[in-house]
Design a protein around this ligand. Structure first.
Ligand code: 3H9
Length: 656
């Protein structure tokens, strides 16, 4: 790392260069403190521009330092030194000003940014709140409502929004460095600059609405502690003198730093970034990809198509006839217009996506695609037929991917003349939203096919996790195992609402039975029927799910499944309770009561032992990868860090 100080006329330019993200590690903090001292003592300097080298402004404190004893100088003290400088400091922001980075920018007297810059306080995503004055300075620059959203929600805002909110003073029209110097020249001889902490705080415009916003944040956080602490910190900023609010913020930050939740969230942060570090392909260049083919325009195929279009790729979507192609097209267009309406894409981008999208009914239309992703019905014979057709029509070097969620990708690969180009790309529904992409690695896959798949995942802004070939890969295999365990618990004494309630209390958004009711029970039923002939007769088998389907209870869409739905409102189903009791009786099982703790202990134990098996068989490359899968696609509460983190950290339910 190097932090340099150069002089342009009467303006000092401090440049932080601390790759990869210019985090405020100890050396940076010291360099900033030195820069304040030297610019304050130099009578020739009238203003200071603070900028960063590399791809971003300061993206926060150095998270790797959080597990170690804090070293002086501390960031809050350095920021007070900057803020109290007699010469104006101008932060020139490109990339992201996050966490301690935004706190640093707010301690400067002015902020100028590129149009693409982003500003945020994502500390809650690490189980923390800002610890260097962020919760106190922010509501002195922006409205109390915006401050609450940013501190407790953790989502960054764009430069235009930051300008509108009052967080920054100017957006650079071209060259940030030059514009920052010009800005500094403009302010250096003007009126005295007011330290942000000395400004008056912006009180809520409507106290009732503000309090409601706060209570919604607390409720949504479920078992995650930090958002609620963040709300309190903003409330303190509004009601206490700045010095007291600062002391309270710092104390809360230090306390949160050592909680199991923060440890778990930091674990997941680094685990998500490690999944793509794959030894096998470290020296392999991915191919350039611009055109994707998708076979099948159902929910999955349409979601995959939209994900690719949103990432700027051209897509040809293949369906078996015009009617199906039209339905697929409608699904894709709906997703794209939803993104436009929510402001996630610009009108110009939306038009570009439409121009890059076409549907077709003949395989020949895929002849130029560099990657073809199959998302047809989950049946081996159907998949093999699709792959044989692809083998005969698409370019010989095209990567052929299957979106199967359970089937043997080696067997699918054997259906083409060059199995080395076949790989599994297991997306999760809705595919344009879910962050995880399981990359299923068959035996013969070529290295550059793997490297290109990993690069494609990143282009789609997804987290790639490699999985070996087995029934259900990583995530579905663990889910099948614990679903089975839950069904055993039904016979042994629990009821569906008790299991769902225990899971929600643990932090899942939904219980396993609510989730099945939402997704529909018929697909799993069809799969069980297909597998019935090969099932081990010695294996414990719970008939309740099959019997539910035989009763026409397919979930929410039929108004009943594991639960009843009256006008969409969930209610306990006496018919299901009776069925469970009679099935237990039929099998001679004496039912006993299960507490929420008993239920979660059994679910976790099952998840953990299946995860360990997956690890020992080499299906997953690391325990961290398994945690990333469970957190990003199966609703495992992020602040618990994943099933193996819980096991390894021996932290039990990370309730702190
Ligand atoms: C904080 O600031 C607390 C303060 O309020 C109080 C202080 C007293 N530290 O994500 P990428 C590494 S809490 C250390 O792949 P991108 C990351 O591990 C902090 N390392 O890049 C990776 O390493 P590797 C609040 C960090 O371009 C490499 O940088 N700030 C940090 O996709 C590249 O990362 C945040 O929570 C860090 N702070 O995205 C922001 N950040 O190559 C966290 C990153 O070895 N960071 N690394 O795997 C991010 O959101 C993204 O990294 C960012 C870039 C958007 C900046």
């Amino acid at each position: 790392m190097s932090t340099t100080l150069s002089v342009e006329g009467e303006i000092a330019v401090v440049t932080i260069d601390n790759p990869p993200v210019n985090a405020t590690g100890r050396a940076v903090r010291q360099a900033l403190a030195d820069a304040v001292a030297s610019t304050e003592h130099n009578p020739d300097i009238k203003a200071v521009v603070l900028q960063c080298a590399g791809s971003t402004f300061v993206a926060g404190a150095d998270i790797r330092e959080f597990g170690k004893p804090p070293l002086e100088p501390h960031l809050p003290d350095v920021l007070v030194q900057i803020e109290n400088a007699t010469k104006p400091w101008v932060a020139a922001v490109h990339g992201s000003a996050l966490g301690g980075g935004l706190e640093l920018a707010m301690a400067c007297h002015y902020r100028i940014a590129t149009p693409q810059a982003r500003f945020g306080l994502p500390e809650v995503t690490l189980g923390l709140i800002p610890g260097a004055g962020g919760t106190i300075r922010l509501p002195r620059l922006v409205s109390a409502e915006t401050a609450l959203d940013m501190v407790a929600g953790g989502k960054p805002i764009t430069a235009p929004k930051a300008l509108e909110a009052g967080l920054i003073d100017e957006i650079s029209g071209g060259q940030l460095a030059e514009d920052a110097l010009a800005f500094a020249a403009k302010v250096m001889n003007g009126k005295t600059h007011v330290p942000t902490l000395d400004r008056s705080v912006n009180m809520p415009k409507d106290r009732g609405k503000f309090d409601l916003q706060a209570s919604i944040i607390r409720k949504k956080a479920r078992g995650h502690t930090a958002p609620s602490v963040a709300v309190t910190a903003v409330q303190n900023a509004l009601s206490m003198p700045a010095a007291d609010a600062l002391a309270a913020e710092r104390a809360a930050f230090i306390k949160l730093k050592s909680t199991p939740q923060s440890t778990a969230l930091r674990h997941i942060f680094f685990a998500e970034r490690a999944t793509a570090r794959i030894d096998r392909i470290k020296d392999v260049s991915p191919r350039d990809i611009s055109h994707i083919g998708v076979v099948g325009g159902g929910t999955m195929g349409a979601g995959i198509t939209a994900a690719c279009l949103l990432a700027g790729l051209d897509v040809t979507l293949l369906e078996r006839d015009n009617a199906a192609a039209e339905l697929g097209q409608d699904r894709v267009l709906n997703i794209l217009s939803g993104s436009l309406k929510r402001g996630l894409v610009s009108a110009e981008n939306h038009l570009q996506m439409l121009a890059g999208f076409r549907t077709a009914t003949e395989y020949v239309a895929l002849k130029n695609a560099q990657v073809v992703i199959e998302a047809v019905f989950e049946d081996m014979a159907v998949k093999k037929e699709v792959f044989a057709q692809l083998d005969a029509t698409v370019r010989p070097d095209a990567i052929l991917a299957t979106n199967t969620s359970y089937l043997d990708v080696n067997e699918i690969a054997a259906a083409v003349s060059e199995p080395g180009r076949v790989i599994g790309l297991h997306f999760f529904s809705p595919a344009h939203i879910m962050k995880l992409l399981e990359i299923v690695v068959p035996d013969q896959v070529a290295d550059d096919v793997l490297a290109t798949s990993v690069a494609l995942a990143k282009r789609l802004r997804k987290i790639p996790v490699l999985a070996g070939v087995c029934d259900g890969f990583i995530g579905n295999r663990i889910m099948s195992a614990y679903r089975r365990e839950c069904d055993y618990m039904l016979e042994d004494g629990a009821f569906p609402h008790e299991i769902d309630t225990a899971m929600r209390a643990f932090g899942f958004k939904m219980g396993i039975y609510q989730m099945q009711d939402l997704a529909g029970l018929e697909i799993a039923w069809a799969m069980r029927k297909r597998r019935a002939a090969t099932r081990d007769p010695a294996e414990r088998y719970v008939d309740i799910p099959d019997k539910l389907c035989e009763m026409g209870r397919f979930g929410r869409k039929t108004g009943c499944g594991w639960h009843n739905y009256n006008d969409g409102k969930e209610a306990r189903a006496p018919e299901v309770k009776a069925l469970i009791i009679s099935e237990a009786k039929r099998k001679g099982i004496t039912r006993k009561n299960f507490s929420a703790d008993d239920i979660m202990r059994r679910i976790l134990k099952c998840m953990q032992s299946e995860a360990q098996l997956i690890l020992s068989e080499g299906i997953a490359s690391s325990a961290d990868d398994i945690d990333v899968v469970m957190v990003n696609a199966y609703g495992f509460p992020r602040w618990m860090g994943g099933p193996l983190h819980l096991l390894n950290a021996d932290v039990g339910a990370a309730t702190g």
